[in-house]
Design a protein around this ligand. Structure first.
Ligand SMILES: [Zn+2]
Length: 537
């Protein structure tokens, strides 16, 4: 077939008859960058130095095709039978799998090496194969091709990669869908056991997808303790998908609900109900078990993004684990919005559900803690904080009387003239800089009477700011923003002192890297925050 392609300035093939028709993307791209000259003329001028893409040796074509986006390759295969033949070369597809999805496994070697580093969940015994090997991976990878992995697994399910929040009433959650070996796995991230905020996150698989046969991907539910079983995934719309288990009997345990509860408790809390003396806490735990287990892994997920980061931010935004009294540890997302920082709940509880803004920090209102001697005195700290709150109220009232369009009170904070526009990215970092120059942190201790789940909080802090924390009754009734103190300890830890509750929450950064989790724009991130908030309010 004599279809020509002009690449890197080389001319068309001799005898080309269908120059204008059916151009592949590579040809189109190359041709577009050239002036439209008469090919006949060109050929005469350049003579034998020119050649067609078709005349290139196959190994070079393989190299060229392997560098194109995988989504362009099917149309390239339609150009001619030679291209189609070359596109059967699996190294092309292997490179696409690696570069676009981070797949680094070698299909041929998998039988020896196992599927992935987290293969506890990814391996299966193949009952059909009676080899001497103890374990054999179920799918027949000998005859599996990277082209099928690319098209039937990775490309097909590309829209579910990234971070998600399940709709489990007030409890929320954090799901990370990743390409892991030749699997797509949905990992639920769980906070460490209460109250150890400094411990790493725990994760367990909720589903996995892989190619059981050459051209069909299989979804398996991983919930329960009886191994993978039949499941289903439906991509509802952009940024939303749902999972379904087709064999919920696999979630049941022989010891009935009792055993299921005890197992869940051990996983979730790392202890038994008898170890938890607090009656209210026992009730909350039981309530969570009853509520969350009824879903049986049939869940709807909505996409979440990590907060965009700016060099001037007070600290790097991101996910944190925080103590929430009897509710245990919860996951909170810290993000910066000009002169404000916000903590949004990714997991929640019956009082303040997931999606709500648990704390808001006014980065224009520094709080100067009293001297060490007076730091223990709750009334002294309370007086300082309430003074700031009064100031905020007055400014809000004045702003309300002002005929000019209302602006955030923070925009005319006590530190100086109103900033231009609503975004003032410099404020936090400036404050941090001032502190650094005026000394290395200050002693910190909780006032007498303030309770903390974790006594192991840092005893020096960098900076403190005025903030508000959201409290509410059960079922998110009568929510109210109450005054408090945001305490910055270091790059990875902060605290919030809830004045009215006389309690202290300690937060520690989630040290994990997440792929496919960046917001396409700051606006998209803000919209995501609004959406997850509106779902529970
Ligand atoms: Zn299941």
């Amino acid at each position: 077939m004599a279809v020509c392609a002009r690449l890197c300035g080389v001319g068309p093939a001799r005898g080309c008859r269908r120059r204008q028709q059916r151009r592949g993307p590579a040809e189109t791209a190359a041709a577009d960058s050239e002036a439209d000259t008469d090919p006949e003329e060109e050929r005469i001028e350049a003579g034998p130095a020119r050649c067609s893409l078709l005349e290139l040796p196959p190994e070079l074509l393989v190299e060229i095709f392997a560098s194109l986006p995988g989504t362009d390759l099917p149309s390239l295969a339609q150009v001619c039978s030679r291209f189609r033949r070359i596109l059967h070369t699996d190294t092309i597809w292997r490179r696409r799998c690696r570069e676009e999805y981070g797949v680094c496994e070698n299909l041929r070697k998998l039988e020896i090496t196992g599927v992935s580093c987290r293969d506890v969940y990814a391996k299966r015994i193949n009952p059909r194969v009676k080899s001497g090997r103890f374990m054999k991976i179920l799918p027949d990878y000998e005859h599996m091709e990277y082209r099928d992995v690319y098209t039937c697994l990775l490309h097909r399910y590309r829209h579910i990669l990234g971070l998600w929040q399940p709709d489990i009433g007030p409890y929320g959650g954090l799901l990370n869908v990743v390409v892991d070996g030749l699997f797509i796995i949905g990992w639920m991230y769980l906070p460490p056991h209460d109250p150890h905020v400094g411990d790493p996150m725990r994760f367990k698989p909720l589903f996995r997808i892989h190619l059981m046969e050459r051209k069909s991907a299989t979804v398996e539910c991983m919930y329960g303790h009886k191994g993978p079983h039949n499941g289903h995934i439906q991509i509802v719309k952009k940024d939303e998908f749902s999972t379904k288990c087709n064999q919920t009997d696999h979630h049941r345990m022989s010891g009935g609900r009792q055993e299921e509860f005890r197992t869940w408790l051990r996983e979730e809390w790392g202890r038994t109900l008898e170890d938890i003396f607090h009656e209210h806490m026992q009730e909350l735990i039981l309530m969570k078990f009853i509520y969350t287990s009824q879903y049986d892994n049939c869940l709807t997920y909505r996409r979440i993004y990590l907060p965009p980061s700016h060099p001037d931010d007070l600290i790097k935004p991101g996910l944190f684990k925080g103590t929430y009294g009897s509710h245990g540890l919860e996951i909170v997302m810290l993000s910066f919005h000009g002169s404000r920082a916000r903590g949004t709940k990714i997991t929640g509880d019956p009082n303040i559900p997931a999606g709500q803004q648990t704390v808001e920090i006014d980065l224009h209102r520094r709080i100067q803690l009293p001297d060490v001697e007076n730091l223990r005195n709750f009334n002294e700290l309370s007086r300082i904080v309430l003074e700031v709150r009064e100031q905020v109220r007055q400014e809000q009232q004045e702003a309300g009387e002002d005929p000019a369009p209302p602006r955030e009170p923070s925009a005319k904070g006590p530190d100086g003239p109103p900033a231009e526009g609503s975004r003032e990215p410099g404020s936090g970092a400036e404050a941090a800089g001032q502190s650094a120059s005026s000394g290395q942190g200050q002693p910190f201790v909780l006032p007498v009477g303030v309770s903390s789940r974790n006594e192991d909080y840092p005893r020096t802090c960098r900076l403190c700011f005025y903030g508000t924390g959201l409290i509410a009754g059960h079922g998110f009734t009568s929510p109210e923003r109450t005054p408090g103190v945001f305490v910055l300890f270091d790059e990875d830890r902060f605290g919030f002192l809830w004045l009215e509750l006389k309690s202290f929450s300690l937060y520690s950064r989630v040290q994990a890297t997440f792929q496919n989790a960046d917001a396409p724009s700051p606006q998209a991130f803000d919209e995501m925050l609004r959406n997850i908030q509106s779902l529970t309010s």
